[in-house]
Design a protein around this ligand. Structure first.
Ligand SMILES: Nc1ncnc2c1ncn2[C@@H]1O[C@H](COP(=O)(O)OP(=O)(O)OP(=O)(O)O)[C@@H](O)[C@H]1O
Length: 213
């Protein structure tokens, strides 16, 4: 499996955010997207996740062991928000996502209880999501990555609000995902504790109007 991005560009309103982004990631590899605030990291991830259209270029998953026609179908997207219902418990939220997302060919998600244990929330799975601390909520969003198999993880500032122990835990989850042949793409200002990752540095075109490019 390879994820190949070529000539990607994106605009927001009138502004060009980035252009000519290209990279190639094989199964088992990770790409870390770096750059200053506003340089387009989140925009790039949203394009890859299919949440924003690319202005030009493409990102495709090649030779994947499943029939996903689009990269977005083969990807988990963890954005700044955690995509959980505040009034449902940890277990209820994760059970919903497990059923809703289902697995893709080539892998299987773990049971909800196992995912909850893996992110260290075992004792509080009965609590409503809204009761959890910011770090606990983020841990729970990571459990969502585990309950349904997707070969590609797209992660926007995944370790924001996490303590050092949770950062280590998350590095372990990503390492295990890569060991299963998965791909991870993460925008972050913090080191993720992963070894041998590719780096993509965004520079940004703040204030550059579309007409001039
Ligand atoms: N909905 C929007 N409409 C117009 N411009 C937007 C919109 N969202 C983001 N932008 C602009 O796109 C540019 C890139 O933003 P983006 O969030 O991708 O940057 P980033 O590198 O992820 O930043 P940070 O490190 O602060 O998270 C910024 O100049 C931002 O103001």
């Amino acid at each position: 499996m390879r994820l190949v991005a070529e000539g990607l560009s994106a605009t927001r309103g009138e502004d060009l955010i980035f252009r000519d982004i290209a990279f190639e990631i094989a199964g088992g590899e990770a790409l870390v997207v770096k750059g200053p605030n506003g340089s387009g990291k989140s925009t790039l991830l949203r394009v890859l996740a299919g949440l924003l259209p690319a202005r030009s270029g493409s990102a495709k998953l090649l030779a994947a062991p499943h029939a996903a026609e689009r990269l977005s179908e083969a990807a988990h997207y963890l954005g700044h928000r955690n995509a959980m219902k505040r009034e449902l418990t940890v277990e209820e939220n994760l059970s919903f996502w497990k059923t809703f997302l289902g697995d893709m060919a080539g892998g299987a998600g773990v049971p909800v209880e196992e995912a909850v244990e893996a992110v260290g929330l075992g004792g509080i799975a009965h609590l409503p999501f809204g009761y959890l601390s910011a770090g606990q909520q983020r841990r729970m969003a990571m459990a969502k990555l585990l309950v349904a198999w997707r070969p590609v993880w797209i992660l926007d500032e995944p370790t924001a609000a996490l303590d050092a122990a949770a950062e280590d835990m998350f590095a372990g989850l990503v390492t295990a995902h890569l060991a299963r042949g998965g791909i991870a793409i993460a925008a972050t200002h913090q080191p993720l504790g992963l070894e041998g990752v590719q780096e993509l540095r965004m520079t940004g075109f703040a204030g550059v109007a579309e007409e001039v490019w």
